[in-house]
Design a binder for this molecule. Structure first.
Ligand code: ATP
Length: 574
């Protein structure tokens, strides 16, 4: 693949448009390669719902949210997918074989952006605090861990099948409504898979239905529900979104989202294990050892960044819901008698400020408090920070007060005491936890959405990405004014080498006019460009041009550029 993928440092000299657009996730390819598929039917939808609501670690159903009207996007999701491919941020996984639904590869610039995001999070949450330490636990571990945590039995989403098209839908995302006429009679049912505009779309479908049936007059306001709320009778009458016809949908069944794997040479029950569905359990099972070896005193936190895997029924909305993704999680252990609400609030603010600092538009952020049945039974409180993507407002991260549930479960199952001994006292307790949990890929997508902009130069529209310097894939581009003047080229290459050795990802570019070179850098979000010109040969100064203030070109000593970039790349303090 090396020949196909340019190195980040060489990137930007040629950006050919892709011959085709990347494939968008489609339900038809959703199960081509799923392995470890394990689903079980429950006799009645109602008992299934009750069991999920009371036991699952996973939230039962995604709330329907109001559309954030502040969000005026200049690009839609399809445009973002295409831009990500064209500019080397994200590619469909295994694209030469047609892609693989729910899996993505980060290209040269995407890898830089993602690594910068993770580095900044680690810096802010671990290095800048004296009460949080890091961990890197294994992806596959003894199945006892996920048995004890409840994932093996209960980490499920409700699923419905269309027996006609063989497509599969998440029951809580398959929306339907009965079309009731003014006189109280039914004209039938309409359905669709949830997206940002379900109300409008279902209304349109209802109008079409009564037109098709040649019914005069209007219909009552639609009462929109999801498939988990459908009775057996209603299930038979709701049309499948795949065929548009009723009669082929099944009732909701639980589908366990964990990927199974086999460890060792035999593929039998005894060797079965799982790819972790979250990084958190690795932290809980290491709690005792970490506390002991690092001599930690409560309150303190353990942070981890790593891959997680979920066999999502319908991966969709690009990076937002994929089957392989990364999480940045902290388990912050506290005294059970501490004011957990105040500590949870501090972590919500810590996360909010981090999101702002790396460049998310605050007007697109909001909070959503889980209450009632949306709150998992073991959680004492949970607040999501939601982000308005072009496809709607969705969970970006969650900050949950999880009580002692996980440590208790592991203590019981392993027989190992996970109590904390208060230093100098007789008091012992199983700590409670506050859990900030953020998906790297959802943050990556939110960052692209926030950074995307368009402007016009000499009547020509162009796109640019306004990344903050602390996360920008390329921090600075270095140009010799002319490529056929060896002293300029030598000085420019020297500056690039110096900055690289100081830890910056810089790009050397000598092709085309300076204007074209600036533009290429704006398109991939490079905040600074340095040009070596004839004055440099006289006084060793270079010009610095800022992407976001292109008319203010400054001159700086060549030797001061490193310190300048260092300052600009700091995560802004809130
Ligand atoms: P959702 O309700 O959207 O499925 P969740 O509540 O199940 O999410 P958590 O189990 O709380 O998610 O996981 C913590 C974080 O991990 C989420 O806030 C999100 O940022 C990220 N995440 C979860 N599932 C996925 C996925 N399939 N793809 C990408 N990121 C994910």
């Amino acid at each position: 693949m090396a020949a196909l993928l340019p190195r980040a440092k060489d990137f930007g000299l040629a950006l050919p448009a892709p011959p085709t657009r990347p494939q968008r996730p489609s339900a038809s390819t959703a199960f081509r390669g799923s392995f470890g598929l394990r689903c079980f039917a429950l006799p009645a939808v109602a008992s299934f719902l009750t069991s999920l609501r009371s036991q699952s670690r996973r939230r039962f159903s995604a709330p329907r949210r109001a559309v954030n009207t502040d969000a005026e996007y200049k690009i839609d999701l399809e445009g973002l997918v295409s831009l990500c491919k064209r500019r080397g941020f994200v590619f469909p996984s295994g694209e030469i074989y047609g892609g693989y639904n729910g899996f993505f590869d980060y290209g040269p610039l995407g890898a830089e952006l993602k690594n910068n995001l993770k580095r900044m999070w680690w810096r802010k949450m671990v290095h800048c605090r004296d009460d949080v330490i890091g961990l890197d636990s294994s992806i596959v571990t003894t199945p006892s861990v996920h048995q004890a945590s409840g994932h093996v039995d209960n980490f499920s989403d409700p699923m419905v099948d269309c027996t006609e098209s063989k497509k599969r839908f998440r029951a809580d995302q398959l929306m339907w409504a009965k079309v009731e006429l003014e006189d109280g009679t039914s004209a039938g049912y309409v359905s669709m898979v949830e997206d940002g505009n379900v109300e409008v779309a279902l209304k349109k479908a209802a109008k079409k239905l009564i037109k098709q049936k040649k019914i005069e007059g209007g219909f009552k306001e639609l009462e929109i529900k999801d498939m988990t709320d459908a009775t057996e009778e209603e299930v038979k009458l709701i049309p499948s979104p795949a065929t548009g016809l009723p009669g082929s949908l099944t009732g909701a069944r639980a589908f366990n989202l964990m990927f199974e794997t086999y460890v060792g040479p035999y593929s039998d029950g005894a060797s079965k294990s799982y790819l972790r569905p979250e990084t958190a359990q690795g932290i809980f099972v290491n709690f005792k050892t970490v506390t002991y070896v690092m001599r930690q005193k409560i309150p303190f936190g353990i942070a981890q960044i790593g891959k997680a895997f979920r066999n999502e029924i319908t991966p969709r909305q690009f990076l937002f819901r994929s089957r392989e993704f990364e999480q940045m999680e902290i388990e912050y252990f506290i005294d059970p008698e501490a004011d957990f609400k105040a500590i949870q609030e501090e972590w919500i603010m810590e996360m909010w400020n981090f999101l702002k600092a790396v460049g998310l538009k605050e007007s697109l952020l909001d909070r959503e408090v889980h209450e009632g049945e949306k709150l998992a039974h073991y959680a004492r409180a949970c607040t999501d920070i939601v982000f308005t993507y072009p496809f709607g407002t969705q969970e970006l991260l969650g900050v949950a007060a999880r009580g002692e549930y996980d440590l208790q479960q592991h203590a019981q199952a392993s027989g190992e005491s996970l109590e904390y001994q208060v230093p100098g006292q007789k008091r012992k307790f199983v700590p409670h936890v506050i859990e900030p949990s953020c998906g790297v890929d959802r943050l990556f997508l939110a960052l692209l959405c926030s950074a995307y902009d368009e402007d016009e130069i000499d009547g020509e529209k162009r796109s640019l990405l306004r990344f903050h310097p602390c996360v920008a894939p390329i921090t600075c581009a270095i140009f010799p004014l002319l490529k056929n003047k060896p002293p300029l080229v030598e000085k420019a290459k020297g500056l690039a080498a110096m900055l690289r050795s100081s830890g910056f990802n810089v790009l050397y570019d000598e092709a085309g006019t300076i204007g074209k070179r600036y533009r290429r850098m704006d398109e991939v979000g490079t905040p600074f460009c340095c040009t070596i010109d004839f004055d440099t040969l006289e006084d060793d100064t270079v010009t610095i041009r800022r992407r976001d203030d292109p008319l203010k070109v400054e001159r700086k000593k060549r030797e001061d550029i490193g310190a300048f970039l260092m300052k600009e790349c700091q995560l802004p303090e809130q």
